[in-house]
Ligand binder design. Structure first.
Ligand SMILES: [Fe+2]
Ligand SMILES: [Fe+2]
Length: 475
């Protein structure tokens, strides 16, 4: 069971061969997926040999094999984490009952919507990133981008399998729609707004993998607790892949910071303009990108108070991340304090029934997890002998969803007069000029071992290979 079957047309560990009808339906979907990949996957590199990791087992240890693959020939498949014997529902009104192997009729539409919404983000990110290869700062980075892209493609497979296997004709139609909607398409956009903006530079790509993929991690963690066991098992395996995406982000931002510090030393100045003239990205600009991407990612968790979230928790559909670490899994007569603007320029605390605050509970866990990279990056800055620090803005800053939506809040969380916000926002968020400067740095470097001037070389390579290895071979 732990070893994955690559003999079949669709690699899997779900005994697909034992269900002919399902197998045929997915084999019908497969060529459509490949045409989508060729059309909207990474531009120009469909014929290149890329040194990629493929899953060989769903165990945490030793689950990967590496080798050169042309991306359209990547072995996308259906991999679920091992089934836990006698797994029980871990939270909500059905706490302690056996988990479901089939979808209960009452929860069919809510589960379908959750799976479709999660599934939609996976190909969306591939579409958003499709031009990035043309400006990759090194072969190492190019390869990492493609690794992330093929794994997002596999995450789409994970959700499409659930739709096909458990939702009948509706599920098959939804699977078609997942390939019919496209990021930024005027008529058929992706479901979530953030996934319709192209990722046009590598600073944004690293921010996306650091913050937005981490949002994905927390959504998957909540779904990994689900009473619907096939969904929980799919998400558990996706989490092992997702961890790498966030590593790409953390490492990428760290290398940018490292290079900026080197340049600051070289020129003997911290002045942002001087740093830019020397071809690096000043820390203030990195901070503005943090402010932008962090706040966008926070909105993906939804409103602080949500009756849908309460119902999903009650019904065992979606739990809290790491539900086992809480001591009360019913969450019935607890409250959670949520801060909100009081309408008079101040902040009030609302006590909300805990089940209604589940979006906020998940968002808080995400915020705490976002801190890890800042500790490392700031250590680099401190070691280099500079006073500046990078930091997460307040969770109230620049929100578009929830009680803080469109409130004039400074990055430190204080409510300020609206005119002051308008006057100061250019210092807090990336401007047109920042975007133009970042884009001006984006020049492709693909000579093995060479790295663009705005980012430090990687500390080490992939799969114990040297950093200057030829990770992508062009033809
Ligand atoms: Fe994903
Ligand atoms: Fe991801």
């Amino acid at each position: 069971m732990a070893t994955l079957n690559y003999q079949e047309l669709i690699p899997n560990n779900v005994d697909l061969g034992g269900n002919r009808q399902l197998q045929r339906a997915l084999e019908h979907w497969q060529p459509r997926f490949i045409s989508w990949w060729k059309e909207l996957g990474p531009e120009r590199y469909q014929g290149a040999d890329v040194y990629l990791r493929t899953a060989t087992s769903v165990d945490i240890k030793g689950w990967a094999t590496y080798g050169y693959v042309k991306m359209p020939e990547y072995r996308w498949g259906i991999f679920l984490a091992e089934q836990e014997p006698d797994r029980r529902i871990g939270f909500g009104d059905f706490y302690g009952q056996p988990v479901w192997q089939q979808v209960p009729a009452d929860f069919r539409s809510v589960l379908r919507r959750l799976i479709v919404t999660q599934g939609d983000t996976e190909p969306a990110s591939v579409e958003q990133q499709r031009l990035l290869g043309l400006t990759a700062p090194s072969l190492y980075d190019l390869r990492n981008l493609f690794q992330v892209n093929v794994e997002e493609g596999r995450h789409l497979w994970a959700m499409v399998y659930l739709l096909h296997a458990h939702f009948g004709r509706d599920g098959r139609e939804e699977a078609e729609e997942l390939l019919a909607r496209h990021s930024g398409d005027a008529d058929k956009p992706r479901i979530l707004g953030t996934f319709n903006e192209p990722i046009s530079d590598w600073l944004s790509f690293f921010m996306f993998t650091y913050f937005t993929d981490r949002d994905g991690k927390y959504q998957l963690k909540s779904l990994a607790e689900s009473a619907f066991d096939p969904l929980a098992r799919s998400c558990r395996f996706m989490l092992t892949e997702e961890a790498y995406h966030m590593h790409v982000g953390e490492n990428g931002i760290g290398r940018i910071v490292r290079r900026t510090l080197e340049v600051m030393k070289e020129i003997g100045s911290e002045d942002p303009d001087a740093v830019r003239r020397a071809g690096a990205i000043d820390l203030a600009t990195i901070q503005r990108y943090v402010n932008f991407w962090f706040s966008s990612s926070l909105d993906l968790f939804g409103s602080e108070q949500s009756s849908n979230a309460a119902t999903s928790f009650a019904n065992g559909i979606k739990g809290r991340p790491d539900e086992a670490t809480f001591d009360d899994h019913l969450a019935i007569d607890k409250v959670w304090e949520i801060d909100a603007p009081d309408g008079a320029g101040g902040i009030r605390l609302d006590a909300v029934p805990l089940r209604n605050a589940m979006n906020e509970v998940t968002r808080r866990a995400f915020i705490a997890d976002c801190e890890t990279g800042f500790v490392r990056w700031n250590r680099l800055i401190e070691k280099a002998g500079y006073q500046a620090r990078l930091s997460l803005p307040s969770g109230r800053f620049r929100r578009a969803i929830g009680v803080w939506a469109n409130q004039p809040v400074a990055p430190d969380g204080a409510i300020i007069p609206r005119e002051a916000w308008e006057a100061r926002k250019a210092g807090w968020l990336p401007s047109e000029a920042d975007g133009a400067f970042i884009r001006s740095l984006m020049r492709q470097v693909v000579e093995p071992g060479k790295v663009a001037g705005w980012i430090a070389p990687p500390g080490r390579g992939v799969d114990h290979l040297p950093a200057d290895y030829e990770y992508v071979k062009f033809h």
